[in-house]
Design a protein around this ligand. Structure first.
Ligand code: ADP
Ligand code: MG
Length: 225
């Protein structure tokens, strides 16, 4: 595969699902590998967190209006993500890219990259209402205000908790979000999980995702299709 692009609003549950998918794929790869054989796929999880990219790179509210189109820090962040994907992506490497991935042109660029190495790509959209996602961010903000940020830095139990977005940054990212359109080549196949989806539904979605990117339904990718 195979490149799996996770997308959704900020604090909508993307990382939670990306980790579930990582676990699912780990066991799926294991179970399809004969004993003693080399697994058919290597698995990679790439995100802002794995590359130490701060939430603030997305924050346009700190820039003067006339420089908004040239948000260098976000461009740099995208360049690092792109580099990290490009370094490992191949026909034998499954890459889960966990992030906002909210710009349609960016998803197109990733789709082209996958095509260039002749491997399939797909989108996993995390559906979550704005209100719910906002609540998650607010809860994180108040936790941080309560001094939990230090605990996170020290790598204790709260280490799994990601940082919050500044409220204006959060609102702006939701406003800028470009919904995937499954009618376009680069946003398809499109898989969706919503917040409420339980174990069974999640497994079903992951099963069909596997079929498309690594299983029987996998198509041979030609570079100029
Ligand atoms: P994102 O990566 O989009 O910022 P996270 O995956 O970090 O979002 O999730 C934000 C918070 O919401 C976490 O505390 C997580 O435990 C919780 N969460 C995420 N998805 C679900 C879900 N489907 N059901 C219940 N809680 C969830
Ligand atoms: Mg996340």
């Amino acid at each position: 595969m195979p490149l799996i692009i996770v997308t959704g609003f900020p604090t909508s549950g993307k990382t939670t699902r990306a980790k579930q998918l990582h676990e699912y794929l780990t066991s799926r790869i294991q179970s399809t590998t004969p004993e003693g054989a080399t697994p058919k796929y290597r698995l990679h999880l790439i995100s802002d967190q794995t590359l130490s990219i701060s939430r603030s790179v997305y924050d346009l509210s700190v820039l003067p209006a006339h420089t908004r189109s040239a948000n260098a820090s976000e461009k740099d962040a995208r360049a690092s993500l792109y580099g990290a994907v490009k370094r490992v992506l191949s026909d034998k490497d499954i890459v889960i890219l966990d992030g906002l991935n909210y710009i349609k042109g960016w998803r197109y660029q990733l789709f082209c990259e996958a095509k260039a190495v002749r491997t399939p790509s797909c989108i996993l959209q995390i559906g979550c209402s704005k209100e719910r996602a906002r609540e998650v961010n607010e809860a994180r903000l108040s936790r941080e205000a309560g001094g939990d940020a230090d605990a996170r830095k020290n790598g204790d139990d709260a280490a799994a908790v990601e940082g919050a977005y500044e409220p204006a940054n959060w609102e702006n990212l939701v406003f800028r979000y470009e919904e995937p359109n499954p009618m376009t080549r680069w946003d398809s196949p499109l898989f969706t999980l919503i917040w409420e989806d339980g174990e069974q539904q999640t497994k079903q979605v992951f099963d069909s995702l596997w079929d498309v990117v690594a299983g029987d339904l996998r198509k041979v990718v030609k570079p100029n299709q």
